[in-house]
Write a protein that binds this ligand. Structure first.
Ligand code: COA
Ligand code: AMP
Length: 632
């Protein structure tokens, strides 16, 4: 048995022994009564009765243990030409002051705070300040539109919203404040206060009586100490795309989260305290929560916060510059970032301009990693390139090559094996396990390990229906795939309407809801089609109301604008085709999967239940007219 197999086996056979050992590496104000609590199964809880504070485990503990002067966070912002390092001591003090400011505005344990911020240190500080108070943060990605923010305000009901006057995208300043004002005007719930960081690139007008200037408010704040919370108390809510326009509020608890994330830093990413770790993502996504903010700090690493892009800020050598300048040992990003770099510098010539000798490993996640990208990264960087698979819901990797335990041989197209703690199975529709090599639903036998999600915010029934109902006793990942004879997992596709656009998770159903509201659109469908840079992009099909004689291009432009205005630029919805009819089954179900396969020139079978096969010919012709389905 390999070293990895031994650890994996222990994690499943003796989970309490396994996770209590990991938990002993964490600071507890009071130790747990129960490691794994099954009193409410299938809603399992970890470390019930235990008390701790996540911010204490991220910052104070390191200051107390002599790491005060070590860099905790390096803010590297090519878009503002800034590099600024915060030591653990400085970060702790700034977070304590921020927590004091929030407390002064009435934020108490359990209350929600929405953070709507670009990639700046104040976003991290705000998150940790909430953790310090035992308040629950909910970070909303900056690329979402006001309407998406409004939906989250109504669901989370924040006491305070923390934001900035603007974000900086290459070539344009994104003014956040008008979006925030519009969201608050739309939402039924109104926050008691907004705290706004004024950035010099675009200052915002503040609303008297509601908005506070962050610098002034911080100057007047008294530092606040850590508030001890239950291990099972919520640390944050992170909204992610569901199958409707109503996003799912994934809840993360405190205790299991610290334990699992800290464990993951050595065992999965193979980094030690003091090493520089860079997750090139955004704090608005789960990768940012887990691996820009919490895990590296729990582990005493230096984390890099990068406000820039892989290309264009200023060139495709940007990542190599950051790695060499800050001595990054481990980089984590999405394959799309590497596709963007490869597209602009296919020979990787800019790599030669930098000293990358400190880089030991590249981790990729967020979308399926295509073999070309994996191979390019391996060839150019000459370090192990590790694809790993996880989801907002899981908070950390389900499958990975756990380099800190044992680096297993890499198979292209596979995120390797289930990580210790994850009992992954492949089931068919009858809930039976399939044989190796056969595709089925990827599910995880309950209980999930610590650090995942106990529930959805305000939606216990939805949590049950979405994740637990279809395969009793298992967590449904909504990904399909297979496990080969060597135990390697292959994740092939989603089983729902979720698509991954540049590593960003989006619901095509939510886009359809927006399109359907256009007055000239009778019916619509959105599918994800293959894109060389972003992996997938959404493509709309719209049927117009009979008698509509308006110009098709105008209607499409309006529809594209509606999606951008209501979901946000991040949806990257840029194209829709006006078609006469949509292909459907006899029971009226739109054949989205078949349309996607035709567009991508994949093999497809005429569905036996199709209502009118001729419609697929019309769809193929439309797709061909805009460059898709060329091989069909
Ligand atoms: N605030 C406001 N707008 C934002 C934004 C933010 N935080 N992030 C993205 N946007 C906008 C972009 O400006 C773009 O707008 P446009 O349509 O006007 O051009 C749109 O949302 C789409 O953004 P994106 O998907 O990032 O595409 P891009 O073409 O700007 O860049 C990549 C493509 C590959 C360079 C980029 O997606 C990238 O760096 N990806 C890295 C992967 C990643 O971070 N994944 C997260 C999970 S690990
Ligand atoms: P998110 O919740 O945004 O992290 O998106 C999760 C989804 O992204 C998963 O359910 C998968 O469909 C996809 N995904 C993430 N990582 C991988 C990977 N390494 N390989 C294949 N798909 C992935």
């Amino acid at each position: 048995m390999t070293a990895f197999d031994q650890v994996y086996r222990e994690s499943l056979e003796h989970p309490e022994q396994f996770w209590s050992r990991a938990a002993n590496a964490v600071h507890w104000d009071k130790k747990w009564d129960k490691i794994l609590d099954d009193a409410d199964a299938p809603y399992y809880r970890w470390f019930t009765g235990g008390k701790l504070n996540s911010c204490y485990n991220a910052l104070d503990i390191h200051v107390e243990n002599g790491r005060g002067s070590q860099a905790a966070l390096i803010y590297d912002s090519p878009v503002t030409d800034t590099v600024r390092t915060y030591s653990y001591l400085e970060l702790r003090d700034q977070v304590a002051a921020f927590a004091g400011m929030l407390a002064g505005l009435g934020v108490e344990k359990g209350e929600r705070v929405i953070v709507y911020m670009p990639m700046i240190p104040q976003a991290v500080i705000a998150m940790l300040a909430c953790a310090r108070l035992g308040a629950v943060h909910s970070v909303v990605f900056g690329g979402f539109a006001a309407n998406e923010l409004a939906v989250r305000i109504d669901d989370a009901q924040p006491k305070v919203i923390v934001s900035a006057s603007c974000g900086i995208e290459p070539g344009r300043i994104v003014e956040y404040k008008p979006l925030l004002d519009e969201a608050i005007a739309t939402a039924a719930h109104k926050p008691a206060a907004c705290v706004i960081l004024q950035r010099e690139q675009a200052r915002a007008a503040l609303t008297e009586g509601r908005d506070y200037d962050m610098s002034a408010a911080l100057a007047a704040a008294e530092p606040h100490d850590c508030v001890s919370v239950e291990a099972t108390d919520p640390l944050y809510i992170l909204y992610t795309s569901g199958t409707t326009g109503q996003p799912k509020g994934v809840v993360r608890d405190n205790g299991g989260h610290v334990v699992a994330l800290k464990w993951s830093m050595k065992n999965i990413y193979d980094v030690d305290p003091g090493d520089v770790y860079w997750a090139a993502s955004d704090v608005g996504w789960v990768v940012g929560h887990s691996y820009i903010v919490y895990a590296p700090l729990f582990n005493g690493n230096t984390t890099v916060l990068y406000e820039g892009k892989p290309v264009g800020t200023p060139d495709p050598g940007a990542f190599w510059r950051v790695i060499s300048q800050h001595k990054v040992k481990c980089l984590f990003t999405a394959p799309t970032a590497f596709r963007a770099i490869k597209k602009e510098d296919p020979a990787g010539t800019l790599i030669g301009d930098y000293d990358l000798s400190g880089l030991e490993t590249l981790y990729l996640a967020g979308e399926r990693c295509d073999p070309d990208t994996l191979k390019w990264a391996q060839d150019k960087l000459r370090v192990p390139v590790i694809d790993h698979w996880w989801q907002t819901e899981t908070g950390w990797a389900i499958c990975a090559n756990c380099k800190g335990i044992e680096l297993l041989p890499i198979k292209q197209g596979s995120p390797t094996k289930p990580v210790p703690g994850w009992d992954l199975r492949v089931l068919d529709e009858t809930q039976s396990e399939v044989k190796s090599g056969d595709i089925g639903a990827l599910v995880v036998k309950l209980p999930l390990p610590p650090g995942t999600f106990p529930t959805l915010w305000n939606a216990r029934q939805r949590h049950h229906d979405a994740y637990l109902a279809d395969y009793p006793g298992y967590y449904k990942t909504a990904d399909a795939g297979f496990i080969d004879d060597d135990g390697y997992v292959f994740v092939m596709s989603r089983t729902d309407d979720i698509i991954n656009v540049a590593g960003h998770r989006l619901s095509t159903g939510a886009m359809e809801e927006v399109l359907a509201a256009h007055p000239d659109i009778a019916e619509c469908a959105v599918t994800g089609v293959a894109d060389a840079l972003k992996g997938q992009i959404p493509l709309g099909f719209v049927v117009l109301n009979s008698g509509c004689d308006r110009d098709h291009q105008t209607i499409v432009a309006e529809a594209v604008k509606m999606v951008r205005d209501q979901i946000g630029p991040v949806a990257a919805f840029k194209q829709a085709l006006v078609v006469k009819r949509l292909p459907k089954t006899r029971s009226g179900k739109i054949l989205r999967g078949t349309m996607q396969k035709i567009a991508d020139c994949q093999d497809w079978k005429m569905p036996a239940t199709i209502d009118d096969p001729a419609i697929l010919d019309e769809i193929t012709e439309s797709l061909q007219s805009v460059g898709y389905a060329k091989g069909s």
